[in-house]
Design a protein around this ligand. Structure first.
Ligand SMILES: [Zn+2]
Length: 104
């Protein structure tokens, strides 16, 4: 996983009430901000920036979970504007239920 420091030159922080962080790098075909990481050893990979920032700044993301924008601004990668969503939560939402407590 790339260091957060590698991302910072491509982040433009919006000061003000909304506090969006605009990504000035590339986007994938889905419109998600992405970062091409080339580790010193190993293969290059394309990383979803919001996922990296949530992992670095908020908490490690559980295996199988995804992140979802809450502010709706496509270029915003402020980790405070994203939420972690587990597979169970996504599935429950599709069925119209909420998940409370631990899913067994
Ligand atoms: Zn935002």
């Amino acid at each position: 996983m790339p260091s957060r420091v590698l991302l910072e030159p491509k982040i433009e922080v919006q000061h003000g009430a909304e506090g969006h962080w605009f990504w000035r790098g590339g986007f994938n075909h889905c419109g998600e901000p992405v970062f091409r990481w080339e580790p010193p050893t190993g293969r290059a990979s394309i990383c979803v920036v919001a996922r990296l920032l949530v992992h670095h700044d908020v908490a490690p993301i559980p295996k199988g979970a995804s992140v979802r924008s809450q502010c709706g601004v496509i270029a915003c990668i402020n980790p405070a504007h994203w939420m972690v969503e587990t597979l169970e939560e996504r599935a429950a939402k599709r069925r119209g239920f909420k998940v409370y407590g631990q899913v067994l």
